[in-house]
Design a protein around this ligand. Structure first.
Ligand code: HXC
Length: 257
């Protein structure tokens, strides 16, 4: 498939999606976001792909939703088109998705990164929800996901003042899982994705589902959900293989079954 705003490659069992609108600092217009969702959905459905990395450039992961595309819209246009609704499809995918962030991850860019399963950050990264400077608020889950990631104090601070958070603060606050030099962000994310893709894909998918359940359920329901999934995995060939490999002191060869 041909894309205009992103580059898509397959490295072994890892899919790499690179935002490619350098002149607009990878601002996310509808076309770009639709392409990202389409590309990652294809990978989700492809048994040959075990994990995905989404990245931008060293200067910008994405500087936000495309302000120029939105600026002149009216309420009914936004409402009738349910602007940004399609982006949610990204959060319904089952394949693990890593955001490899260098430079600016602002507004919709920060929200895109937070829709991924975890974020690996360059030490030059700047995260922010500066929508308040434009007379709006986050519109793709920023007020919810940032608050869950970093807590009320920092989320309020960032969303009300529009200030940026650097990579060090983002790691301290729990927004990102690792910080590395900007020129090795993609490599580090690809390595992590390769590790994930070497596991059983269906098991990685339910692991992701179980962690995500922590944000939607109470503790006892969440623990029960986990245990039911845990039990169900004993119906898989990959559980038999994983445990046999341990006993036989060899590497497992998962069949994704
Ligand atoms: C459209 C954008 C853009 C954006 C940058 N550009 N961000 N175009 N939408 N979000 C364009 C600029 O207009 C400019 O194009 C080119 O990219 C380079 O940007 P500069 O501003 O010249 O670069 P620099 O001086 O280095 O400043 C970088 C920056 C600044 C600090 C990131 O661009 C900036 O503040 N951008 C907007 C950040 C923001 O407010 N994001 C939130 C968007 S609202 P030209 O043609 O002039 O050279 C949002 C709503 C979320 O995301 C709702 C749900 C998604």
């Amino acid at each position: 498939q041909q894309y205009e705003n992103i580059l898509v490659e397959l490295r072994g069992r890892v899919g790499l999606v690179t935002l490619n609108r350098p002149k607009a600092l990878n601002a996310l217009n509808q076309a770009t976001m639709n392409e990202i969702v389409a590309a990652v959905s294809d990978m989700d459905a492809d048994p040959a792909v075990g994990a995905v990395v989404i990245t931008g450039s060293e200067k910008a992961f994405a500087a936000g939703a495309d302000i120029k595309e939105m600026a002149s819209k009216g309420y009914m246009e936004m409402y009738a088109a349910d602007w940004f609704r399609a982006w949610e499809n990204l959060t319904r995918l089952r394949i693990p998705v890593i955001a490899a962030v260098s430079g600016f991850a602002l507004g919709g860019g920060c929200e895109l990164a937070m829709m991924c399963d975890f974020i690996i950050s360059g030490d030059n990264a700047k995260f922010g929800q500066p929508e308040i400077n434009l007379g709006v608020i986050p519109g793709m889950g920023g007020s919810q996901r940032l608050t869950r990631a970093v807590g009320k104090a920092k989320a309020m601070d960032m969303i009300l003042t529009g200030r940026f958070m650097d990579a060090e603060e983002a790691e301290r606050a729990g927004l990102v899982s690792r910080v590395v030099p900007p020129d090795s962000v993609v490599e580090e994310a690809l390595k992590a994705a390769e590790v994930i893709a070497s596991k059983s894909k269906p098991v990685a998918m339910v692991a992701k589902e179980a962690v995500n359940a922590a944000f939607e359920t109470g503790l006892s329901q969440g623990v029960l959900f986990e245990r039911r999934i845990f039990h169900s995995l004993f119906a898989t060939e990959d559980q038999k293989e994983g445990m046999a490999a341990f006993t036989e002191k060899r590497q497992p060869e998962f069949k994704h079954l």
